[in-house]
Design a protein around this ligand. Sequence first.
Ligand code: NAP
Length: 297
Amino acid sequence: MADVTGKTVINNLCVIGTGLIGGSFCLALKQAGACNRITGAGRREETLQKAQQLKIIDGYETDIAAAVKDADVVFVSVPLGATQAVFIKIEAGLEQAGNHHAIITDAGSSKQQVQQIADNVFGVNASRFVAGHPIAGTENSGPGAAFAELYKNRRVILTPTNNTDEDAVKLVKALWQKTGASVEIMDAEHHDKVLAATSHLPHLLAFGLVHCLENMDDIEDIFRFAAGGFRDFTRIASSDPTMWRDICLHNQQPILEMMQRFRAELDMLYNAMASADGEKLMEVFQHAKNTRDKFIH
Ligand code: NAP
C-alpha cells in the first residue's frame, strides 16, 4: 500500500478540515506528487466546495464516515474541540467499510489530550493513530489561506506512544517530509510544555494586550499610531478565536504554569519600574536580548 521511499507515498488521502493546515498539507503533497487522490470532508459544504475550486482536494463527501472508507491515510486538521466527534465518525466509517489498514494522524496544537481521545475512541486500533503537530502556520484561516510552501524548512513534531505502530510512524513521517518539513519525535507531555511556553503563552499575551487596550478611552489614537513593534507583537491576536479557545482548554495545566511564571516576571518588572531601578531593567533587557539573539536568527 504505502511506499515511504518512492515519489508517490500513498494512493488515497482523506483530509478532515480543509483550512489553512489541512489545505496546505494537500497542496504540498500534490506538488510533490506524493498521493494519487485527495478526498476532503469537514463541517460546511461551502468550505469543501471552495477547497475543490482551489484544487486543494479532488473531491469531497459531506459525511465524514463515507469520506474515509477507501483512505490509506486520514489527516485530521479541525479545531481541537471538534476532535472527539470527528474521531468517532472516522472510527465508524472505517469499521463500516472494513478498512483495517488506514493510518490516522492529526495536526492539533496540543498532544496529550488528543492522544487520550484517540485511545478512548479507537481502542485497539489506536496503534494506527500517530499524533502530530506542524510548527508552522499563519494568523489566517480557511482554504483560501492555504499554500503549498507553508511547511517548507519548518519542523513537524510527532508524539507516538509505546503502542503506536512503527510503520505508521514511518509513513506519516514520509508524508511530512514530502511537504518539505523536517520531522522530530517527542514525548507528548514534553511537547505540551514546550508549546505552552513558545506558542500558547505568547498568543494569550497578544490577545490580552489588545483586549486591555480596547477598553481605553484613547483607543483610536492608540491604534492610529501603532508602530512596527506593536504590529509584530500583536499580529497573532488576529488568529482564529475558536481555535485558540480550544488550544487553551486542551493544554490548560502547562499554560497555567507558564502564566504563573510570567506573572512573577511581570511583578518583578513592575517593582523595578516603581523603584526606578535602571540597573535591574538593564540587567533583564540585556539577558533577554542575549537569549533571543542566541536562539533566534
Ligand atoms: P482553519 O483554517 O480554521 O481550518 C479548520 C477546518 O476545520 C475548516 O475546514 C473547518 O471547516 C473545519 N471544521 C471546523 N469545525 C469542524 C467540525 N466541528 N467538524 C468538522 N470540520 C470542522 O484552522 P487551521 O489553522 O487549519 O487549524 C486546524 C488545526 O491545526 C487546529 O487543531 C490547530 O490547533 C492546528 N494548528 C494550527 C496552526 C495555525 O497556525 N493555524 C498551526 C499548527 C497546528 P468549516 O469551514 O466547515 O467550519
